[in-house]
Structure formats: C-alpha cells, structure tokens
Design a protein around this ligand. Structure first.
Ligand SMILES: [Zn+2]
Length: 275
C-alpha cells in the first residue's frame, strides 16, 4: 500500500446514490479510498457489508469509516460510556465485514480534567472495546482521532500514547484539526515533520506505513475548529504537508472532508504526486 486519497462520504458527483455507486465513482475519479460516514448512524447493514466489500475490492478502493459523533468515552454515567463503546464496536464490525481498513472517531471531552486522568479513562474503555472486538473475531484498526477543539481530548501526543499502549489502536491524524485546535499552529513543514517524527519514535517505521489521515481546509478561532473550507480558500499550507508525507514515505489513507471533497482529494493527490 502507498498513500491512497479519498473522500469522507459519497462524492458530490453521485450524492444521494447508494454506497456501491460511491465506491465506483471513487474509482472513476482516479481516487482510491472512501470513508463511510457512520456519524449519525451505522447505516451499513450486516447482510449488505460483504457485497459492498466485494465491489470495493474489484474497484481497488480501500474502505474506512468515521464513527458516531455521539461518542464520549469520558462520560460520567457508566451507561453513556457503554453506549459510546457500543457505537464504536458497531462501526468497527460493519467496516470489518466490508473488508475495511480502519475506523476513526473523536474519543472524549476533558470536562476540565487533566489530560492524564482522561487518558487513563479512555484507555480503559478502549481496552473493553478491544476485548469485545476480539470476542467477535473482528480484525480492524481502531483509531482515536486528533480533535479540532481544545475542549476535546485528542492532541497528537495523547493519541500516540494510546496507540502505543493498546493492541488494536493506531492514530488517525487530522492535520486540519491540529491546526484549528491550536488556533493556527501546525502549519509548516517543520511542524508537520514534528508530528510525523513523533509517530515514528512512538510507533516505529510501522507507524508511518499504517497512517489514517484527515486533511481539508478549515476555519478556526480561539475555541478551535469552526467549519471546513476548500483548501485554496483556507490558510492550510497543504503543499508543505504533502512534502512532509512524501519525505516520511507514508503509506495508508488520506481522507478529505472539504466542502467539495473529491475536488480537494484530487488536489492533494496531484500535489503529492508532483513532489
Ligand atoms: Zn473526525
């Protein structure tokens, strides 16, 4: 696997069409990955997943998934944490049944608590998730994501530490979120390289060969992310980001969440190819 580029959900050119059409459209556009958006529900049913997986394989499209927005592994009520775990497990199972590669999600909120305390709670919950997935013989990468707001657990250091300590866990590095949560930092070749150096020192070369990345234009302020933008309408230095990806010889998927996703996914892909 090299670096594969794709969209977060159905490309706008086939909006509203079934998932199989989205997969074929990704291939037709010259892209190679599709993230299934399970953000409001895990819409892919168990009996349909293998068929979608077969089409994705034929079209040489790698499937990933974005889990529910209603996840907080640091919720105070045990039943809310259990519901969050259930949503991650469901998304992971469906994605695995469709032959998918990984499932990402925003893990938790701090609620004003220190990073170490939240990290240990999140790690405990992720251990339970791993146990349940193993019981169902589900093999998939479970990827807490770097998040876009300073109130959300998910600096790259926090995410890498979880990945180091848990067996099925690897990071989803959302470079736009890192840029937004720090109100404009993480926007140079040096800073992008700093993140990738940390991936390598925590997870080894293997970490660089097993990447799940999110990148799009983003609007932000002191409270972090506001909304996604087209890359060329944003201040994200994506050319420098692509150069860092190339220099660190990454493999994995790059998913684009810009308003016209396929346009920016293709822009990232061609920028990357030209370096
Ligand atoms: Zn996300």
């Amino acid at each position: 696997m090299t670096l594969r580029f794709g969209t977060a959900g159905t490309p706008s050119t086939v909006q509203g069409k079934p998932a199989a059409d989205a997969v074929r459209e990704i291939h037709r556009l010259g892209l190679a990955a599709l993230e299934m958006e399970f953000v409001h529900s895990t819409w892919l049913k168990a009996d349909k997943a293998p068929e979608l997986g077969k089409i994705a394989k034929e079209q040489d499209v790698v499937l990933t998934a974005h889990g529910s927005y209603y996840i907080n592994l640091n919720a105070k009520e045990p039943e809310k944490r259990a519901a969050s775990r259930g949503r991650i497990v469901d998304a992971a199972r469906r994605t695995f049944e469709a032959g998918g590669y990984s499932v990402t999600f925003h893990p938790a909120f701090y609620f004003g608590e220190p990073s170490e305390k939240v990290a240990s709670v999140v790690q405990g919950e992720l251990k339970k998730i791993e146990k349940e997935l193993k019981e169902h013989s589900v093999k998939i990468w479970v990827r807490p994501e770097t998040t876009g707001k300073p109130t959300q657990f998910g600096t790259y250091e926090e995410i890498l530490k979880l990945s180091e300590e848990l067996e099925m866990c690897m990071p989803c590095i959302d470079f736009s979120h890192l840029h937004a949560r720090t109100n404009g930092k993480f926007n140079s070749y040096e800073e992008f390289s700093q993140v990738l150096t940390a991936v390598e020192s925590t997870l080894g070369k293997e970490g660089l060969k097993n990447m799940h990345i999110h990148t799009s234009g983003i609007a932000y302020g002191e409270k972090g992310e506001k909304n996604h933008l087209m890359l060329d309408e944003s201040d994200l230095r994506y050319q420098e980001l692509c150069k860092a990806w190339k220099d660190f010889k990454l493999s994995g998927v790059v998913i684009c969440e810009s308003p016209v996703m396929e346009k920016d996914a293709l822009l990232l892909q061609s920028t990357y190819a030209k370096i």
